[in-house]
Design a binder for this molecule. Structure first.
Ligand SMILES: Cc1cc2nc3c(=O)[nH]c(=O)nc-3n(C[C@H](O)[C@H](O)[C@H](O)COP(=O)(O)O)c2cc1C
Length: 220
């Protein structure tokens, strides 16, 4: 598989612990680091149950709002955590979503983990990554991509009419510099909802940053 659907798009996708490792809930944060929000171990546990090699443990849906106020939804690859409650995605700055996010930086992500029988809905907004730190982070993600993963940024403008003579390289051309349209989307989350379909009745919980991620139980 090539392109977005390739799990090899990253040289080193965010590692999950070995199957026989301790569940994240039982691990404590390293000394000096703030503790993780309580939904993080639940999400990690669900991804573990989904299976390390399962695409669903890395694919999620990103919803944005278009200029006319109507919704847009598409699948993206999860590229890792930036901190306790911020995650990274990669996209092409020439794509519709990149333009939509400039106007409306608030997003919702939906992460369905079918084998684990749960759905996470993550709400947040795009963090501005400026200056040297932003550049370093973009470079870090670029370096983690395989040559075929990078090649997508050498393709013509996404969503534009297909030209018969257009070239779609399979690998990123040697020595080409990191392109400006390689966009790192860092989403700072402020609300997380989990729906679990495992028992009867279904279980629905919510956490909000404003209440210090205190758990709230909701009707499913
Ligand atoms: C499994 C899968 C993974 C994808 N991963 C990404 C991704 O990480 N980044 C991305 O920009 N598009 C990704 N895409 C393509 C998007 O879903 C979408 O078609 C494209 O980004 C154009 O979206 P837009 O026109 O709404 O901007 C992926 C598609 C699939 C099916």
């Amino acid at each position: 598989m090539r392109g977005w659907a390739s799990l090899e798009g990253s040289r080193s996708p965010e590692p999950l612990p070995p199957a026989d490792g301790p569940p994240e809930a039982s691990r404590s944060s390293p000394p000096g680091l703030p503790s993780l929000p309580p939904w993080r171990p639940l999400l990690r546990g669900a991804r573990e149950r989904e299976g390390k090699r399962s695409p669903q443990s890395r694919w999620l849906q990103l919803a944005t709002v278009a200029a006319d106020g109507t919704p847009r939804l598409r699948t993206l690859v999860f590229r890792g955590w930036a901190d306790g409650a911020a995650l990274d995605l990669l996209t092409d700055g020439r794509s519709a979503k990149a333009v939509e996010l400039v106007r409306q930086p608030q997003v919702e992500l939906c992460w369905l983990l079918p084998r684990a029988r749960c759905q996470f809905r993550l709400r947040g907004s795009l963090e501005e990554l400026r200056g040297v730190d932003g550049q370093v982070e973009r470079e870090r993600h670029w370096q983690r991509l395989s040559p075929s993963g990078r090649a997508l940024w050498a393709w013509p403008e996404p969503g534009a009419p297909l030209a018969p003579e257009a070239a779609f390289p399979e690998v990123w051309p040697d020595a080409a510099p990191l392109p400006d349209h390689f966009h790192l989307l860092r989403v700072a989350l402020d609300r997380v909802e989990l729906l679990e379909l495992l028992g009867h009745p279904h279980r629905r919980r919510r956490w909000r940053r404003e209440t210090d991620w205190a758990e709230e139980s909701l009707n499913p």
